[in-house]
Write a protein that binds this ligand. Structure first.
Ligand SMILES: [Zn+2]
Length: 242
């Protein structure tokens, strides 16, 4: 098993981790750390993969959503599975996990008030302004966006994410490039702009610059069509930091 981690969060008592596709029990084409039962993998395999992830993170709970490409953000609750694309918590050892295979998994934390959030942002979520909604949610909780750090995990990059006119027309020109008659969309910049316009400092936002389409350590729906889903997100591990 492998993962990439944004170690900035450790200083604030949190872990921001995005797992690659290895180290699980699922078979081809879901090999092997698939976390989605919406693909044709078996429930047993997926459940075992969640146990592997839980033990690797030393998490008490792994929270996921029924992701619906919306801009809806909810507060984590142990007994409820939400149709939404973002969730937040102040609880320790609850890993807020986003399932992804090209879409952007984004982790956020208010490092002063110690609240964490994970969101899922594909073109629809980006169009609906989920990153803006994320910061609005924080503001409604009394948080100051100046104290927020954010990480954009592995996703399909601006050089690989080809879109058709129907999607392209929903975004300003500055997020689009055209090469050989094909249009490409830069979803990372769309989300970064929403975060910055909402008050997050640009220097507090990192894009890990890992492309799921190019890097075969990750599932990519665009590349493989029938494939699993990766998981990545954020967890609080210690209240006694800063
Ligand atoms: Zn790429």
């Amino acid at each position: 098993m492998g993962f990439v981690e944004d170690i900035r969060f450790k200083e604030f008592g949190a872990r921001c981790v995005f797992f690659d596709r290895f180290g699980g029990v699922s078979n081809y084409p879901f090999d092997s750390l698939n976390v989605s039962i919406s693909v044709e993998d078996t429930r047993e395999n997926v459940e075992e993969n969640f146990e592997i992830i839980k033990s690797e993170l030393k998490a008490e709970h792994i929270a996921t959503l029924n992701q619906i490409h919306s801009n809806k953000i909810v507060k984590f609750s142990r007994d409820k599975k939400f149709d939404a694309d973002g969730l937040y918590t102040e609880e320790l050892f609850v890993f807020l996990g986003i399932k992804f295979a090209d879409c952007l998994p984004i982790s956020l934390m208010d490092v002063k008030k110690r609240i964490i959030m994970a969101i899922h942002s594909g073109w629809m979520g980006s169009y609906l302004g989920i990153s803006k909604e994320a910061i609005e949610t924080f503001k409604n909780l009394g948080l100051n966006p100046k104290n927020v750090i954010a990480t954009i995990g592995p996703h399909i990059c601006k050089n690989c994410y080809e879109v058709k006119e129907d999607v392209a027309s929903k975004f300003p020109e500055r997020f689009l490039t055209t090469r050989k008659g094909k249009i490409y969309l830069d979803l990372s910049s769309v989300n970064i702009e929403q975060l910055v316009e909402s008050g997050v400092k640009r220097e507090n936002i990192i894009d890990m610059n890992i492309c799921t389409f190019e890097n075969k350590s990750f599932f990519s729906y665009r590349r493989d069509k029938i494939c699993g889903r990766n998981i990545g997100g954020i967890m609080l591990i210690d209240t006694n930091q800063k």
